[in-house]
Design a protein around this ligand. Structure first.
Ligand SMILES: [Zn+2]
Length: 499
């Protein structure tokens, strides 16, 4: 049994001011054997596919993988050139019995708002329609009918932070092996109640999101069900498919899949008020953190969520800490210009800088700081732990650590790096556990890295391209009515019993 592996992964925020270019995928493009060396033994679903090949006795045939840091929609050139190459490799590879496909599910491209749907329909044009395609998705996927209609089965991560990616890859590999051997005949159903789950309510270890995962687990215990998934959704995409999704995969019986997906969707719909986000302002949050007897307090900078496409240079919380006279703050800012100044000055040099706030007007202004260059680094680090994103090797570009007389530690990176690994700062000799406040640019995902050292985590309603306050975004393409934008939205209660 020979199963092809493809991956094309991007979370696209249609509200950010910069597109994701072909260059954005540099370092994230792997072909043939490179796919094995990049992903084997990682916690990523692609690592899970490969492990699954050993467990279930098939040959995993690496074709190509492409991934880039979340950002704006892909340019037409980036999308077409990468997909075109993938399709060519898939066509050239003869004798495949199935295809394992790793997508994110919230990709948008210049010419395709539902880029993931476009990918699977183009794959179906070249790949034998009788052969199974099993797709894994991030649980931030916005799922369309086009996406599920073109694949045999779909498996989403069931944790946020995403620490089960490898397990979901294994699950998909198991479904593939049993399908090819004719032991199961997967059919799937998608339900999309007209609701949005605010990103601040997507922490799956706690309610209200925990209840959604428990529902999916309950569905999975039913005999005819092969898999069940919750798409928490990605609201920073002005696309028709944006919102929550519920998906069940049944063995041979589409009605069973439909009933179970519907049951999960109705249960979530009936709790829709619990998934609306209300957060403290930057002023309140910094004040609360400054008065806390415990340290460090992590302030989650929701408006500059790097893993959601934020620019990684918002200064709103740093400026507020300085305004309130708080000392001992740690913040990571992407600022290539400031890094270059530090490199010129050299380790140990004292200098004045304007840091951050340089991408656009949404994320604060450059903040003047005076300090000493403590460390310069190539910005590469390794983390073998189970981190959100399933990564292992990281590169935040040339990086400088500046310390100020107020004991602020300002980490300046050249590249945008989502804060999924504590090694991002530990590898620079910074001791985050000793700080009063740590500004972390994310919402839920960084918890896997920061919870072990944080005494308290405050999620802050900072403005920006990933703000939790969805009412500030001007949507043109989303569904209407959609809760909570239109409170009059309705969803029929049929199949509400889990029988
Ligand atoms: Zn995600």
């Amino acid at each position: 049994m020979r199963i092809g592996m493809l991956g094309f992964i991007h979370e696209s925020n249609t509200f950010v001011s910069f597109p994701t270019t072909r260059q954005g995928f540099e370092g994230g493009l792997h072909r043939r054997r490179e796919v094995l060396s990049r992903w084997k033994d990682t916690r990523h679903e692609l690592g899970g596919f490969m492990a699954g090949a050993d467990v279930h006795g098939f040959e995993a045939v690496p074709l190509m993988t492409a991934s880039a840091t979340p950002g704006g929609p892909l340019t037409a050139y980036a999308f077409e050139s990468i997909l075109g190459e993938m399709l060519q490799l898939l066509e050239e590879e003869r004798g495949l019995d199935g295809l394992l496909l790793a997508l994110h599910g919230a990709m948008a491209a210049e010419d395709h708002r539902d880029a993931d749907g476009e990918i699977v329909s183009r794959i179906r044009e070249v790949f034998d329609g009788e052969k199974p395609v099993i797709m894994t998705l991030d649980c931030h996927a916005n799922i369309s009918k086009k996406m599920v209609d073109n694949v045999t089965a779909t498996v989403l991560y069931r944790t946020n932070p995403h620490t089960d990616q490898r397990e979901r890859g294994l699950e998909a590999a198991g479904l593939m092996a049993r399908t090819v051997r004719g032991r199961i005949h997967p059919v799937q159903a998608l339900e999309k109640p007209p609701m949005v789950i605010n990103i601040t309510k997507q922490y799956t270890r706690r309610q209200p999101a925990l209840g959604l995962i428990r529902d999916a687990e309950q569905v999975m215990r039913r005999t005819a069900i092969l898999s069940a998934s919750v798409g928490l959704g990605f609201a920073f995409a002005d696309v028709k498919k944006m919102g929550a999704s519920f998906l069940a995969v049944a063995d041979g019986d589409e009605e069973v899949a439909r009933r179970q997906a519907r049951w999960m969707a109705v249960r979530a719909w009936n709790r829709r008020d619990e998934f609306v986000g209300i957060l403290p302002s930057p002023v309140e949050a910094v004040n609360q953190a400054a008065r806390s007897p415990d340290r460090p307090v992590v302030l989650m900078d929701v408006g500059d969520n790097v893993g959601g496409g934020g620019p990684a240079d918002s200064t709103i919380l740093l400026a507020e800490c300085i305004r309130q006279g708080v000392s001992d703050v740690l913040i990571v800012l992407r600022d290539r210009e400031a890094v270059e100044r530090c490199v010129e000055a050299g380790v140990g040099a004292e200098l004045s800088l304007e840091v951050g706030g340089k991408t656009d007007d949404l994320h604060g202004h450059p903040v003047p700081v005076h300090g000493r260059v403590r460390t310069l680094s190539d910005g590469r680090f390794v983390d073998d732990g189970p981190r959100h994103g399933g990564g292992r090797f990281y590169d935040q570009g040339v990086t400088a650590v500046v310390e100020t007389p107020e004991r602020h530690t300002i980490v300046l990176t050249s590249l945008r790096m989502p804060p999924f690994s504590l090694e991002q700062v530990l590898s620079l000799g910074v001791k985050p556990e000793t700080k009063r406040i740590i500004v972390v640019k994310g919402v839920i995902a960084p918890r896997a890295a920061y919870e072990p050292i944080a005494e308290e985590i405050i999620t802050v309603d900072t403005p920006g391209s990933t703000s939790a306050n969805l009412l500030q975004f001007e949507y043109q393409h989303r569904r209407r009515p959609l809760f909570p934008f239109e409170v009059e939205a309705t969803f029929p209660q049929t199949y509400a019993k889990n029988k």
